[in-house]
Design a protein around this ligand. Structure first.
Ligand code: RTP
Ligand code: MG
Length: 140
């Protein structure tokens, strides 16, 4: 518990539909503060490394293709219990199973094009933040 930071990505399906502001409002209304943010085009190498834990999965190549198909917004979100809070705001991986009012239920198109990523634990949050941001780019 306490104030935590988590890593978030607004995925290409959402940037394509110009939903960055609407999704950020859901994070902010949910009690999270955006303490770092940049819009980038992920390289294939970055996507493969970032999702390395899934490299044996059948969906890996499609996922890398999708995550490099358009711009993404990488972010650091800060707040009370931010990792779990963000996962509540996002909803279940598959938008069909996500609770009403969550980002994925509202905007997700499919299990792959599910609009957002959020870290799942303190260790992965720290790794994912460091993968995309220098300490000097984050201000609380
Ligand atoms: P995330 O890491 O993005 O927050 O999502 P998650 O923990 O809810 O889902 P995870 O199992 O870690 O999967 C990572 C991302 O891979 C895509 N995916 N596609 N085609 C499929 O069956 C499938 N399953 C997962 C999704 O974009 C998911 O967020
Ligand atoms: Mg995951």
């Amino acid at each position: 518990m306490g104030i935590e930071r988590t890593f978030s990505i607004i995925k290409p399906d959402a940037t394509r539909r110009n939903l960055t502001g609407k999704i950020n409002a859901m994070f902010e209304d949910g009690g999270l503060r955006i303490v770092a943010q940049k819009r980038i085009r992920m390289t294939r190498e970055q996507a493969e490394t970032f999702y390395g834990v899934h490299k044996e999965r059948a969906f890996f190549n499609d996922l890398v293709e999708f995550m490099t198909s358009g711009p993404v917004v990488v972010q650091v979100l800060e707040g009370e219990n931010a990792i779990l809070r963000n996962r509540e705001i996002m909803g279940a991986t598959n938008p069909a199973n996500a609770d009403e009012g969550t980002v994925r239920a509202t905007y997700g198109e499919s299990v792959e094009a599910n609009s957002v990523h959020g870290s799942d634990a303190p260790e992965t949050a720290a790794e994912e933040i460091a993968f995309f941001f220098a300490g000097s780019e984050i201000t609380g």
